[in-house]
Design a protein around this ligand. Structure first.
Ligand SMILES: Nc1ncnc2c1ncn2[C@@H]1O[C@H](COP(=O)(O)OP(=O)(O)OP(=O)(O)O)[C@@H](O)[C@H]1O
Length: 376
């Protein structure tokens, strides 16, 4: 049962696709190893669904090659029809057949043969919807519908699973718990999975690798920690989290900024960003004297006792329930042309109020980009 899922590699090589004059996918190249979960993460319109449809076999690439389990399914000469690719597809909002009950929805794609009803029963159990087998889709909650859609996609024992924003219709709280449930299940059965999402948290929670897409390109294919800690450029940094950007000038042992000296690394540096280590200075040495942009994550800033960091003041406090966000404005230092302000999180009980003077210190290293925000 489902053994084929764990053996499947997906290979996408130099795939391109245009609609009319609009190029929607450019030089798409990546591999999903057997049992890996990979997310396609990007803003609306960047080409995620188009890529998924080419892999599923609903559409043809203009050029390039797609292979599933080392068999070519699409290139200039070969095109294997969707139903012969043995790929499970869970579309946005599940799209269950409204006139079929849960059992019949799950049974839909399962071939006739011995063991059919046991296979369907097992899938209903596995996805936790066995007790709902007689329900019609309109009698199910959003989360239950997604589980049934997953059961339906898994029941024919596909070679891999494609999920197209499957949790979109759920409200925020339900969304992250259902996402975690579904991913735990898919990992337990060793499925090779490609997940389309525009939600960075969903991509990070679920995936071994994240493919960040922009304007039809994969701009970074990396593990989630690297995508967050060492994004390829400022746009990617902003896509996946809060960003503090400082203008700076590279000097011998770091970058001089309005927040003082920032230990810095470029993206290609080995080692962890936290802590100012020798490798940072070596890697940025060749840029000495250059103007750069330094990217920090908000959690890298700490409010500390006077005299221990850069002087600033609290301009605004907002309560979010679990935490407060403080808008902090640096006192002018002459470094950096514009006033520098940013948001810092603080927890209850809050020690600060609007107008307080505070000092700000950086923890860990910043990531360097050129003044346009591109990789150095
Ligand atoms: N059949 C089609 N004909 C013409 N243009 C299309 C077609 N399908 C997609 N496009 C265009 O291709 C681009 C990429 O669309 P796609 O649906 O792949 O993006 P997406 O990243 O999945 O977006 P979303 O997150 O909103 O679903 C968009 O500009 C879209 O308008």
């Amino acid at each position: 049962m489902l053994s084929s899922l764990s053996l499947t590699t997906l290979q996408v090589e130099q795939v391109e696709k245009s609609y009319g004059l609009k190029k929607v996918l450019c030089e798409i190249d990546f591999v999903v190893e057997p049992g890996q979960v990979v997310s396609l993460l990007g803003q609306s319109g960047c080409g995620k669904t188009t890529l998924l449809r080419l892999i599923a076999g609903f559409d043809r690439p203009d050029s390039g090659q797609i292979s599933v389990a080392r068999q070519v399914v699409a290139n200039g000469r070969v095109f294997v029809a969707a139903e012969k690719r043995h790929i499970g597809y869970v579309p946005q909002e599940g799209a269950l057949f409204p006139h079929l009950n849960v059992y019949d929805n799950v049974a839909f794609g399962v071939g006739k043969g011995p063991g059919r009803s046991q296979a369907i029963d097992r899938m209903l159990e596995l996805t936790g919807v066995a007790e709902l087998r007689a329900h019609m889709p309109h009698q199910l909650s959003g989360g239950q519908q997604q589980r049934v859609a997953l059961a339906r996609a898994l029941a024919p024992e596909p070679r891999m699973i494609l999920l197209d924003e499957p949790f979109n219709a759920l409200d925020a709280n339900l969304r992250s718990s259902i996402c975690q449930d579904v991913m735990t299940l898919l990992r337990r059965i060793g499925a090779t999975v490609l997940l389309v999402t525009h939600d960075q948290r969903e991509a990070f929670i679920s995936s071994d690798r994240v493919a960040v897409m922009r304007d039809g390109h994969i701009v970074q294919f990396d593990d989630p920690v690297h995508v967050y800690r060492r994004p390829v450029d400022v746009q990617t940094a902003e896509l996946v989290g809060g960003v503090i950007l400082l203008d700076g000038v590279v000097v011998d042992n770091g970058v001089r900024t309005a927040l003082g000296m920032v230990p810095a690394a470029n993206r290609h540096n080995p080692g962890e960003l936290a802590g100012a280590s020798g490798h940072s200075a070596a890697a940025i040495h060749r840029c000495t004297g250059d103007s750069v942009r330094v990217m920090l994550r908000p959690e890298q800033l700490r409010l500390v006792a006077p005299g221990q960091g850069a002087a600033a003041r609290v301009a605004e406090v907002a309560f979010h329930g679990q935490y407060f966000s403080l808008r902090i404005v640096l006192e002018p230092t002459g470094v950096g042309a514009l006033p520098v302000e940013f948001l810092v999180r603080a927890h209850y009980p809050l020690e600060y109020q609007v107008g307080d003077k505070v000092d700000v210190r950086i923890v860990g290293t910043g990531v360097l980009y050129d003044p346009r925000g591109a990789t150095l």
